[in-house]
Design a protein around this ligand. Structure first.
Ligand code: ACO
Length: 331
């Protein structure tokens, strides 16, 4: 069974309600029909019901039994607007602004998950990463004990000798442009949790990546990764995390043994923490495009799961992202 098949099996064992703010978008409607038919999640489509039904007709999608909510006609919109105002008035949001914003499917959906009317959210077939991330960060907020929101990329590599039977979890590749050493430590903790809860990796082994292994080079960027390891040991004493180390020292047993002898992680890492967003984003694309890995992305650290799609996503990508969101909601 592939990693995504295992995640689908978990999702259907405990069905979660996932709201799709881009409810009248063609691929989203098709994905919702598949999710419902295959019993993978209970999708909710946000948007005008005439538009959604017209899209279902033209795409030949059976959306019978799927809830459709139009924020403009919703009884809950005034309650959501009040709560949004309460949450954001200190940041300068007026009541009138909140009443307008709640008609935006993104904010309406964010308030649904904030107030437990849905378990998770998936968008991004139309909106940019920032369009979804900003309201999620402003309203849903981070989990207790977690300092920041970040992302994990699940890289399912053809070379099954790497990581956990070919699976590597990379972070952060989407959210935080320049994390501090402390933030990198929290990213390491969140990514190890994702590796465990979503990918079923029982023993996450986390490598803090650098261009240096165990002091082979001296530079402030290297020091930052060394400090990140120290922070991670402080905030998560039971987590197996080590570094700083180079990419090959993290993954190749012989190189790990020669460059970082005695390290519990070197040569057998399954979770890789990149020093910044440039390295992480470039790293996952190299693994995907040159290494031939299948790649699945999730956000982590939010109180309720919200996940982003690429605007070029396929129907299958939306289905996969919804099932990952559903499994995150189970945890
Ligand atoms: N975790 C938790 N909260 C955060 C985080 C974070 N990582 N970043 C920002 N916030 C909070 C802020 O504290 C603030 O909260 P407040 O309004 O309650 O005070 C709120 O979010 C907004 O913060 P800003 O800094 O004003 O938000 P900004 O406009 O800078 O946007 C964003 C934040 C969208 C995450 C920004 O950092 C960003 O654009 N990151 C890169 C996204 C990107 O382009 N990724 C690459 C492409 S995606 C791909 O390749 C797959």
């Amino acid at each position: 069974m592939s990693m995504i098949q295992k995640i689908k099996a978990k999702a259907s064992a405990n069905i979660k309600t996932i709201v799709l703010p881009e409810g009248d978008e063609e691929r989203t409607v098709q994905a919702a029909a598949i999710l419902k038919k295959e019993g993978l999640a209970e999708p909710i489509l946000i948007g005008n019901s005439d538009n959604i039904n017209a899209v279902a007709k033209t795409t030949n999608s059976d959306i019978t039994g799927i809830t459709i909510i139009d924020p403009a006609l919703s009884d809950k919109a005034p309650l959501y607007a009040d709560k949004l105002y309460e949450l954001r008035r200190e940041k300068g949001l007026t009541k009138e602004d909140a009443e307008k914003l709640i008609l935006d499917p993104m904010y309406y959906s964010i308030m649904m998950i904030k107030l437990d009317d849905a378990d998770g959210l998936v968008s991004g077939a139309v909106h940019t990463t920032g369009d979804m991330l900003r309201p999620a960060l402003q309203v849903v907020k981070t989990k207790p004990g977690m300092k920041l929101v970040s992302s994990s990329f699940l890289m399912d590599c053809p070379n099954k000798e790497l990581g956990e039977n070919g699976l590597l979890v990379y972070a952060d590749c989407v959210v935080n442009p320049c994390p501090t050493a402390e933030e990198l430590a929290y990213i390491a903790v969140a990514t190890a949790e994702t590796a465990k809860n979503l990918c079923g990796i029982e023993e996450p082994r986390v490598a803090m990546l650098s261009f240096s292994t165990k002091g082979s080079a001296k530079h402030e960027l290297v020091t930052k990764m060394q400090e990140a390891v120290e922070f991670a040991h402080k905030i998560a004493p039971d987590l197996m995390v080590d570094g700083e180390m180079q990419f090959d020292a993290a993954l190749v047993p012989s190189i790990g043994a020669s460059k970082a002898p005695g390290s519990p992680v070197a040569g057998r890492a399954n979770v890789l923490i990149f020093p910044d967003l440039q390295a992480g984003n470039i790293g996952y694309k190299i693994t995907q495009r040159i290494g031939g890995a299948d790649c699945f992305a999730v956000l982590q650290g939010l109180q309720k799961p919200c996940n982003d799609l690429s605007r070029g996503c396929s129907v299958e990508d939306i289905v996969n992202t919804v099932v990952m969101t559903a499994v995150q909601a189970q945890a």
